[in-house]
Design a binder for this molecule. Structure first.
Ligand code: AMO
Length: 452
């Protein structure tokens, strides 16, 4: 059975793709090329038709003048519907009618797959659909160049941050996401049925990344999904996000962890500005690469700043999103930067594994990194001393017996260490100035959404 024919398409394999859209320039004039992609825009002017062909690297104009192409090509192009998957074999011709300086005159157009009528438009600026509808049709939504570009930028951010860690002797690890206990406190855990027992989805690789340092890896990192059963549907929370975690042993203090992060982000932003220049331009973003070292202020100072701005917080109060926003306005004015480490959080506000401060009574050797008024990272020096760790678990109301798998290895010469967790989506949204985290999450999971 010829299932290609049955589908109204043609068999694949007749031609081999030779070029991407962005490679079609005047220098190639006279060359025969094979392009594959989607029919993005079709303009029928009667005796001449224009097809804007889109592939993963952009668009290229295919011009179809009745006089210069075969009858077959002219008829086929006239019947093309939006988002038809095609293979175009043609000759490159130099022209000053298009920005790239070249177009393609087709010798052959073959339909590789047909498309039904689209539920949402994939051409920029044509129709305004709400985010929920866009997410319902996320696969088509992602075809839109400006939406696709978000994830190319995200890819670049992660790629160069990862490269930086690789160059600094970090080992990539993969830890279980099915776990027996909470790491960050019990409030936002997803419970799953695990045969005859209860298990949870990991909120963070926290315990395992630490344990791998105790296992003898000097520095480890993991970029993987984590799960948070946040009950509220906010613009900065999703229920599954990508956590960029690293952990380093033999540190001299939490400063080592912060220095690594500022250098990593500096490298990642600098490379992204260069390598994702086209995507950033499409998104209208002029990426400011933050200068190293990043500004550091203590939590107590941050509380003073928001109180000066009219709040009435005490030192053990949490800086809520509203306070972060206020700080996001104050920081550039006062310190000329929107990338600020807030350090020395009170013990009450930090998880049990966080090292208490020797210098600041009641505080911890911890930090958050805030970027344009939003927390994007949390990190700290961890407790490596068994007795202190057990004491802190008890102080937080946990039964150490339930955590023996984590606590016991600390009896055997655990190295001093620290690390952090960076939210990949939060970093992306702040960098691009996008308000809703769902837009920078490939396939978001929130209270109301479990598909696609
Ligand atoms: P924390 O819980 O602060 O710390 O999370 C670290 C970072 O993850 C991001 N983040 C989120 N992003 C999207 N949706 C959410 N619901 C969400 N929750 C958190 C934020 C945040 O800064 N184990 C520690 C990290 C460590 O100390 O190594 C932890 O998970 O960007």
């Amino acid at each position: 059975m010829d299932f290609y024919k049955a589908a109204g398409t043609e068999q694949i394999g007749e031609e081999v793709r030779t070029h991407f859209s962005d490679q079609i320039t005047a220098e190639l004039a006279g060359t025969e090329v094979v392009l594959m992609g989607w029919t993005h825009i079709l303009r029928d002017k009667g005796k001449i038709k224009f097809l804007v062909l889109r592939d993963e690297r952009g668009t290229v104009q295919v011009t179809i003048p009745e006089k210069k192409v075969s009858k077959d090509v002219f008829v086929t192009s006239g019947n093309l519907k939006p988002e038809t998957a095609v293979a175009v074999t043609g000759k490159v011709v130099a022209t000053n009618q298009v920005a790239s300086g070249a177009e393609v005159i087709p010798l052959k157009i073959r339909i590789l797959n047909t498309s039904e009528r689209l539920p949402i438009d994939v051409v920029e600026g044509r129709t305004d659909v709400d985010l929920d509808t866009r997410l319902n049709y996320r696969v088509l939504d992602l075809r839109k160049p400006s939406v696709n570009a978000i994830f190319k930028v995200q890819h670049s951010l992660v790629r160069y941050a990862r490269a930086f860690l690789e160059d600094n002797d970090f080992v990539e690890i993969h830890t279980p996401k099915l776990v027996a206990e909470a790491t960050e406190g019990g409030a936002n855990l997803f419970e799953v049925k695990y045969f005859e027992r209860k298990a949870y989805l990991a909120q963070s690789p926290q315990f395992y990344k630490q344990l791998m340092l105790l296992a003898g890896f000097g520095r480890v990192y993991e970029i993987a999904p984590v799960f948070r059963a946040e009950k509220h549907n906010t613009k900065r929370h999703v229920n599954e996000y990508t956590s960029f975690d690293y952990e380093m042993a033999w540190i001299s203090g939490v400063e080592d962890v912060m220095k690594m992060e500022e250098n990593m982000l500096h490298h990642s932003f600098k490379m992204t500005k260069k390598k994702a220049a086209a995507e950033l331009e499409l998104l209208g973003v002029d990426l400011a690469v933050p200068k190293v070292p990043f500004k550091r202020i203590k939590y107590a100072e941050a509380i003073d700043l928001v109180n000066e701005a009219g709040k009435n917080l005490s030192i053990t109060d949490d800086l809520d999103p509203e306070c972060e926003r206020i700080l996001g306005e104050i920081f550039p004015e006062r310190y000329g930067t929107d990338m600020v480490f807030i350090t020395h959080y009170p013990l009450e506000l930090r998880p049990a594994y966080t090292m208490p401060s020797m210098t600041d009574e009641g505080m911890t050797e911890s930090f958050d990194l805030t970027y344009k008024g939003m927390e994007i990272t949390t990190g700290s020096q961890r407790i490596h001393l068994y007795d202190l760790l057990v004491e802190r678990f008890k102080a937080k109301g946990f039964n150490p017996d339930n955590f023996s798998f984590y606590l016991d290895p600390f009896k055997y010469g655990a190295p001093p260490h620290g690390g952090l967790g960076l939210g990949v989506e939060r970093m992306t949204m702040q960098l691009l100035g996008i308000e809703n985290i769902r837009e920078v999450t490939l396939l978001p999971r929130d209270r109301d959404r479990l598909t696609p």
